[in-house]
Design a protein around this ligand. Sequence first.
Ligand code: GRF
Length: 195
Amino acid sequence: MKEKSDLYNIAVLVSGSGSNLQSVIDNTLDGSVNGRVALVVSDREGAYALKRGENHNIPSYYLKGDPEGLIRLLDSHKIDLVVLAGYLSILPKQVVQAYENRIINIHPSLIPKYCGKGFYGMNVHNAVIAGNEKVSGATVHFVDAGIDTGPIILQETVEITEEDTPETLQQKVLKIEHEILPKGINMVLNQLTKE
Ligand code: GRF
């Protein structure tokens, strides 16, 4: 276990309920993730994820359409790793460049299937069920200039049964997301050299 001062600073970008954020927070608190959530930023003012950050006294802000402001926030909180967790905006290229190879995302399908423009949230699970797939899952990947196109870090599958609906599939996949996002964060943090 690293000393407190050696812990990496993680920023989590959110838009919704923040169940993935909660999983990351919980895993930093029990020591299984080698870092601390130092910042939460939402592009939706009323996102419950902001409340989750505040519940843990984590600086939590609503910020939208201000790429320079976002970079200033990340820099001022000495962020080592940016995690997109249910974040619905496309990250401006200046942010991707400023934090190149230090931004990761959790996507609720087995990339390269059912990803890219328009594939987010329930849209993904609707398409997977409509596609008569037998498996789905979640993917942790690096964020590059594209949409869901960066190198894959970790994937986990779930079986789809005849009885599954998009809603039951979403719950199965969300459970996997909560398991693989902390693991993916640790894999990246273990590669980072603390500057
Ligand atoms: C969910 O659809 C999840 O699959 C995706 O983002 C959405 C919101 O998740 N990654 P969260 O509860 O806000 O973390």
